[in-house]
Write a protein that binds this ligand. Structure first.
Ligand SMILES: NC(=O)c1ccc[n+]([C@@H]2O[C@H](COP(=O)([O-])OP(=O)(O)OC[C@H]3O[C@@H](n4cnc5c(N)ncnc54)[C@H](O)[C@@H]3O)[C@@H](O)[C@H]2O)c1
Length: 260
């Protein structure tokens, strides 16, 4: 099925040089949207955008910079307006995972994870909403939460807090921006195989697949497809919701004998 309402729309996706963000950009381009692909790694951003622009000519531009910086966010939105003339969709996907024991977690690490994961999403949504309201033709946003924003895990307190907060951000913005026909939802991926997770754990699929009722980890495309739906005309009446995309991980309770 092809979703409606995406052709000629203009989108910003942050943290999109690889992984889930890249898959979202790819599906948006395939649906006829124009996309600004952001990444903090300049070479990666340029390589990814030029590869996609070759396949979808004139539709994909890179914007290099830290998506957690308010100055960068403003420049990125200005860049989008100057190249494509408007902004209809934002997906603040950039996020960093910092593991660390709660009792030893440093203020520097705390600030870092808050800045990228929360400040970046909050201020990109704020600036984009101002432009969307001026344009008067509505808009769509999808926050990138996580399964760990629903359930608690050792050594992930700060990261989990940001991912739970993004769900609340979607609810609040649904309320604030609904009158302007701007919808804001979130997706909560479970363990997803990306270049990063594969590098961190070579047997990522084998290890994490054991926690998931389907027995397999997610692929970036699994998450991107749900984002695309939430960004489309078909999802016009879904607002303020979080959709777990985790193969059933969140709902799987455990008996003592299940724990090995
Ligand atoms: N992969 C998973 O298993 C998983 C699970 C749940 C949630 N998520 C969330 O989904 C999102 C994407 O995850 P992923 O695994 O695809 O990401 P990733 O770690 O592979 O990073 C994707 C890209 O983001 C870029 N990036 C990092 N910090 C940035 C910043 N400050 N500004 C701009 N770009 C930045 C990286 O350079 C990289 O190219 C994140 O928010 C993550 O927390 C991922």
């Amino acid at each position: 099925m092809r979703y409606s309402g995406l052709k000629n729309k203009v989108a910003i996706v942050t943290g999109a040089g690889e992984g889930i963000g890249f898959a979202i950009v790819e599906l948006l381009l395939k649906s006829g949207a124009n996309v600004i692909l952001n990444d903090i790694d300049e070479e990666r951003a340029n390589l990814a955008a030029s590869e996609l622009d070759r396949r979808y000519p004139g539709s994909c531009l890179s914007f290099w910079g830290d998506a957690g910086e308010v100055g960068t966010i403003n420049k990125m939105v200005d860049f989008t307006l100057s190249h494509f003339g408007k902004i209809d969709i934002v997906v603040p996907n950039a996020g960093i995972t910092l593991f660390g024991n709660f009792l030893e977690f440093s203020p520097e690490s705390f600030q870092k994870v808050m800045k990228v994961n929360l400040q970046g999403a909050f201020f990109l949504a704020q600036r984009a909403a101002k432009e969307m309201i001026k344009q008067g033709s509505g808009g769509r946003m999808v926050m990138m939460s996580s399964q760990v924003g629903i359930q608690a895990y050792h050594r992930l307190t700060a990261y989990s807090m940001t991912k739970a907060a993004l769900q609340m951000l979607a609810r609040n913005l649904a309320y604030e921006l609904g009158p302007y026909q701007i919808t804001v939802n979130a997706v909560a991926p479970g363990a997803t195989l990306t270049e990063r997770t594969k590098k961190e754990q070579p047997d990522y699929e084998g290890i994490w697949g054991r926690l998931i009722p389907r027995g397999v980890v997610g692929k970036p495309e699994d998450i991107a497809k749900v984002c695309l739906f939430l960004l489309s005309g078909e999802a016009a009446h879904i607002n303020g919701q979080t959709i777990p995309v985790d193969g059933g991980w969140t709902v799987a309770g455990k008996y003592p004998e299940d724990i090995v």
